[in-house]
Design a protein around this ligand. Structure first.
Ligand SMILES: [Zn+2]
Ligand SMILES: [Zn+2]
Length: 278
């Protein structure tokens, strides 16, 4: 039995716009995880390599070995104090063909694992790198809405755009992010009982700016909440959002795929249809 799989979901194709497939979560490697997701209809994976240089290199290697995987690399706000030390090894990876974004960068005032002043410096510098590399920015923001929007604006993030990943803010934040040209990516949180405000945004967001993600290994959607999240589960998050938007699964799958492809410049879309069992 494949997690996240059912007869109806098999007919449609999904892309997980943000997942982590690091060896510390899956010591046997990501191949079986990817295989389960493919069996559930996931045809594209944007793998985010953060937490150190090894994780960034791991994501790039995975993307190089798998035609349906692309990598995003950067310095997580949790590691912002080490930004200057990591930079010389991470920035050159932005030139690798299968690296399609910078991040996840941003601000996390919930955990405050790094001093805020370091988070600001790293976030600003990451936006500058993204502009230099002409790559979109993957933004992580938690309990830091006003400063996140201020820095995105001041650093002209609009020039390359990007995505607010694991969206967990309100409509006012969403409007500002959309005005900056950003996409909104929804995770398994939309299936949680206490997430009405996020569901409101997921139901309302413009169809050409919605993405879906697992943020695997975190935030497994219901009915898997509390387990190690994996990309196969994106189907459950998608089903909930399609329902909220009053859309068929097929149409929602098509639009999230088109949006992800447009944002990251991925060759995904209807042409991948032949690779997937109908
Ligand atoms: Zn994040
Ligand atoms: Zn993440």
């Amino acid at each position: 039995m494949v997690p996240g799989n059912d007869a109806r979901a098999l007919r449609v194709m999904w892309v997980d716009s943000h997942c982590h497939l690091d060896a510390d979560t899956w010591p046997l490697g990501p191949d079986a995880v990817l295989a389960r997701a493919r069996a559930a209809g996931v045809v594209g994976f944007v793998v985010v390599g953060v937490g150190g240089v090894a994780a960034a290199r791991g994501a790039v290697d995975l993307a190089t070995r798998n035609g349906d995987v692309w990598a995003v690399v950067g310095v997580h706000p949790h590691d912002a104090a080490q930004y200057a030390a990591m930079c010389p090894e991470i920035v050159p990876l932005l030139g690798v063909e299968r690296v399609v974004g910078v991040g996840e960068t941003g601000l996390d005032y919930h955990y405050d694992h790094a001093p805020r002043v370091d988070q600001h410096t790293a976030f600003r510098a990451s936006i500058a790198e993204a502009r230099q590399a002409k790559l979109p920015i993957v933004v992580h923001t938690r309990s830091a809405a006003a400063d996140t929007l201020a820095i995105l604006t001041e650093e002209d993030a609009r020039e390359v755009g990007g995505v607010i990943h694991c969206f967990s803010e309100d409509r006012a934040f969403a409007r500002s992010a959309l005005d900056l040209g950003f996409y909104l990516s929804f995770s398994g949180i939309v299936t949680f009982r206490n997430a009405a405000a996020i569901r409101d945004v997921a139901a309302w967001a413009p169809s050409d700016r919605v993405l879906i993600e697992t943020d695997s290994p975190y935030l497994a959607p219901e009915p898997f909440r509390g387990r190690t999240c994996e990309p196969a589960y994106v189907v459950h998050t998608a089903r909930r959002i399609a329902e909220l938007r009053g859309m068929t699964l097929d149409r929602f799958a098509d639009l999230t795929m088109e949006n992800t492809a447009r944002l990251f410049g991925l060759p995904l879309g209807r042409m991948t249809g032949t690779a997937h069992p109908a």
